[in-house]
Design a protein around this ligand. Structure first.
Ligand code: RFL
Ligand code: PHB
Length: 391
């Protein structure tokens, strides 16, 4: 098999890249180790930045998002039983975000790819990227029980944190930056209307809680829990009672309960691999960097990376210049580190570390109080949440 761009992974990064290249008249093949149903069901992100929404629309993948997605103009911060709303459009010159689940973005992109795009092979596991530093990189993969080779001009590793692409960069050329947090998120899906019309980020002495949603009738909620927690060790009753405590307000706000349909625990990590390119191998999305989910940045970073790559390759096809491809890693990393900083700030402001002291608690409350009383501080949060510019 031969193609211009070999794409490993059919998460949001790989799928959107295939779409952008197709629209630019560049052929690609996508290899995905899991089956279609698995990729379409994996519960993850829920928030699309303004820039991500614009990119999906321009790529012709925004039709259902515009029908079913929920535009949100703000979030609520909750602390000390107080509520403070951050108004995004007022603070950013009109930007907002969209609640539209990653599962739905993936479903839409898969349907488009199978209808109009190049090959997308499910249950095709990349085993290794070879010859990254030559003009003819290859992906060795296994599909339907047999090993095969995909010959490419470029390989883009969109294979997530646990993928194989990153391993093709020699250790001597790699630098990694990492922080793991001593807590995780217990996430639930519940068949009940969201208890608030915007997301609620709550800081509480018992730990962080987040109220999000998937639709007007499905709530998505998260609780900070110790890192090694087994989701099944929490009964439904215990989860609702804990959510109620952490979302408690001084007014008459109440949390609606409903049947819990899914429960899982996500670890929290910050991670960056530099550089994001080696020869003709490029890394995009979680394959190159991870953020804790508090800033809702992971999927949006993946989108920025593949937009940058598609732009750079199109530029090369049109002008013969490698300039933008050569700048790929530095261009992406600048935005990546802003998202790392933002996600770290949100995480440390809202979560209670197991060894937190009363001093740490007061500092967190002071940071939140500052947000609630300074337009400058609030603007910084609103700009970060609605997204840093690509490129
Ligand atoms: P993905 O989605 O992990 O996709 C990688 C794909 O590669 C496949 N793969 C392979 N295929 C072939 N051969 C191999 N050897 C392979 N190895 C792996 C995998 O099966 C998979 O299909 O990475 P991608 O595309 O970079 O997308 C990144 C996002 O998925 C991730 O950053 C976000 O989900 C993070 N995230 C959030 N991001 C946001 O922007 N907004 C949010 O609100 C948000 N909330 C979240 C989140 C992540 C969470 N979890 C579970 C980590 C909430 C949670 C709870
Ligand atoms: C989600 O809806 O899954 C979600 C929303 C906001 C976040 C993280 C996750 O910060």
């Amino acid at each position: 098999m031969r193609t211009t761009v070999g794409i490993i992974g059919a998460g949001p990064a790989g799928l959107l890249l295939a779409r952008l290249l197709h629209n630019a008249g560049i052929d690609s093949v996508v290899l995905e180790s899991r089956d279609r149903a698995y990729v379409e069901r994996r519960q993850r992100a829920g928030i699309l930045e303004q820039g991500t929404v614009d990119v999906l629309r321009a790529a012709g993948a925004g039709e259902r998002m515009d029908r079913e997605g929920l535009r949100h103009d703000g979030i609520e911060l909750r602390f000390d039983r107080r509520r403070h709303r951050v108004d995004f459009p007022a603070l950013t010159g009109g930007k907002s975000v969209m609640v539209y689940a990653q599962t739905e973005v993936c479903k839409d992109l898969i349907a488009l790819q199978l209808k109009e795009g190049g090959p997308l092979l499910f249950e095709a596991e990349a085993l290794a990227v070879e010859g990254a530093d030559t003009d003819h990189p290859r992906v060795r993969f296994r599909h339907e029980g047999a090993e095969d080779v995909l010959e490419c001009d470029y390989v883009v590793g969109c294979d997530g944190f646990w993928g194989v692409a990153r391993q093709a960069i020699p250790a001597g050329l790699s630098r990694t930056f990492e922080r793991t947090y001593p807590f995780g998120w217990l996430g639930i899906l519940a068949d009940v209307a969201p208890s608030h019309d915007e997301l609620v980020y709550a800081r509480h002495d018992r730990g962080f809680a987040l109220l999000s949603m998937r639709s007007p009738s499905v709530s998505r909620l998260y609780l900070q829990v110790p890192a090694d927690t087994d989701a099944e060790s929490w009964s439904d009753e215990e989860i609702w009672a804990e959510l109620e405590r952490r979302f408690e307000t001084a007014d008459d706000w109440t949390l609606r309960r409903g049947p819990i349909t899914q429960k899982s625990v996500t670890p929290m990590r910050s991670y960056v691999h530099e550089p994001m390119r080696h020869g003709r191998l490029f890394l995009a999305g979680d394959a190159a960097h991870i953020v804790p989910p508090t800033g809702a940045k992971g999927l949006n970073l993946a989108v920025g990376d593949v937009v940058t790559f598609a732009r750079a390759l199109t530029h090369r096809e049109e002008t013969g210049s490698d300039g933008l491809l050569d700048a790929y890693s530095a261009t992406c990393l600048r935005r990546v580190w802003q998202a790392e900083r933002f996600s770290y700030d949100m995480t440390t402001m809202l979560h209670r570390a197991p060894d937190a002291t009363p001093f740490d608690d007061r500092i967190q409350l002071a940071r939140l109080d500052r947000l609630a009383s300074s337009r400058a501080a609030e603007t910084d949060l609103a700009e970060g949440y609605t997204g840093f510019p690509v490129g």
